[in-house]
Write a new protein. Structure first.
Length: 426
């Protein structure tokens, strides 16, 4: 079945940003020596700067191309003889441009080449390479902790910066009998040594690892340790290894904070919807594997809009925080609480069947009903919540199904008087 008309294909080729050339390869003594242009699209001329070429040999268009771009002929000739399609990047001497080319054989001794000019990109890569060399010189003069380990004698030379990172002077470090292992956090020593031994034994080419080290003041510093074997003996055994230390404690703290912010609702400090769904899916899979029960409920503050309208959104935010704190106090450690949006919260109850979930919901509702938020002027705000409860009824239940059932039960609670607990039917 024809998917495209000839007119569609013609329009496609005419408007492609890639240069396209359909050519017949010319061979002499079984070697590719020239090719004849049978078709080119407008992008071909734009990207090559060449005028009319169809019906002409490339050697007529670009004299000496066979000598200047011999590799190009080898590739085109190989593909045109039925070889596998090839993609390559090449500097065309005849055109003084870098090209990214893909070529394939549509019929014997013919090829179609699709290409883009990438001269600007290659020039940019050269600039980046030059800058990388400059950066290397800068890094060599920067404040990196340096260590040089003579493996045969087990003697390690360290610079002053290595010592200062851990709160020691260079003199203290030279006098101490402590080895590197003693400074590494006990929980990180095994995998740090594993990384180093992998390099020593040739399983990896370099050691690059972030781990914790013990500061003189008792604090923890995160260190990026990078090293390579610099010398091996005639049997291939490592005899010298050198590396650098970079203090990345501040970066690790920032990463942890960003991770925390990505998981936590900014206002209440409980899980946000996205992280709740991740944890909930994990618990659901665990429940299915172990055959245990799992329940979930949705809860919503009754008449929350009245609070916002009467006292303002700042007080409304305080109420949401109070509710989150009440939930955290009333729930078990294994329960997962999240703010799903607005005044709506969700609670996942691992290893909890329906009757126990209802008990937890009642206890939580009582706890919230007793909570209060004092304001200026002897004003106290109390709240009530409606709760919808749903429990697993089948291994085929997924989190979307459970949330929908709990949400439906929640709306039933709100529509039948509020301050109620409704249970989704099993």
């Amino acid at each position: 079945m024809r998917l495209f008309s000839s007119q569609v294909m013609e329009n496609l080729l005419e408007n492609m940003l890639n240069g396209v050339a359909f050519c017949k390869m010319i061979y002499e003594n079984d070697q590719p020596v020239d090719f004849l242009f049978l078709f080119t699209n407008p992008a071909f001329h734009k990207q090559t700067g060449l005028g009319r070429v169809v019906g002409h040999l490339v050697s007529e268009i670009i004299p000496n191309i066979r000598e200047s771009d011999q590799q190009l002929f080898q590739i085109y000739g190989r593909v045109a003889r039925g070889g596998a399609p090839e993609s390559f990047v090449m500097f065309f001497e005849g055109l003084q441009q870098w090209y990214s080319v893909s070529v394939y054989c549509p019929q014997p001794e013919h090829f179609i080449a699709l290409f883009d000019v990438i001269t600007e990109r290659k020039n940019a890569e050269k600039v980046l390479h030059d800058r990388a060399i400059q950066l290397q010189f800068v890094l060599e003069g920067s404040e990196l902790g340096f260590w040089d380990w003579n493996i045969v004698t087990n003697k390690v030379i360290r610079n002053e910066r290595w010592a200062v990172m851990l709160g020691y002077s260079h003199e203290e470090m030279q006098q101490t009998t402590k080895q590197w292992t003693d400074f590494v956090h006990p929980d990180d020593r095994e995998f740090a040594w594993t990384s180093i031994n992998n390099v020593l034994e040739g399983r990896t080419t370099s050691h690059k690892l972030e781990y914790r080290m013990l500061h003189k003041d008792g604090s923890i510093r995160w260190i990026l340790d990078q090293a390579k074997v610099m010398e091996r003996d005639e049997h291939g055994r490592a005899v010298r290894m050198c590396g650098t230390h970079t203090d990345v404690t501040d970066r690790k703290a920032l990463e942890e904070e960003l991770i925390r912010q990505a998981h936590i609702d900014y206002l209440t400090g409980v899980n946000n919807r996205r992280y709740f769904m991740e944890r909930a899916e994990h618990e659901l899979r665990r429940a299915n594997r172990s055959g245990s029960q799992l329940s979930i409920f949705m809860l919503d503050i009754d008449h929350f809009k009245r609070i916002n309208d009467r006292y303002g959104h700042k007080v409304g935010d305080m109420v949401l925080k109070m509710l989150a704190e009440a939930c955290q106090s009333a729930l078990r450690d294994i329960d997962i609480l999240a703010r799903m949006g607005g005044e709506e919260f969700a609670v996942l109850l691992p290893e909890t069947e329906s009757s126990l979930a209802i008990e937890v919901a009642r206890r939580l509702q009582d706890f919230i009903n007793k909570a209060s938020l004092p304001l200026e002027g002897n004003i106290t705000i109390k709240i009530q919540v409606s709760i919808g409860v749903a429990s697993m009824t089948s291994p085929h239940d997924n989190m979307d199904i459970l949330l929908h059932r709990a949400d439906t039960a929640l709306y039933e609670a709100k529509n039948t008087g509020r301050n109620r607990i409704c249970v989704a039917p099993c």
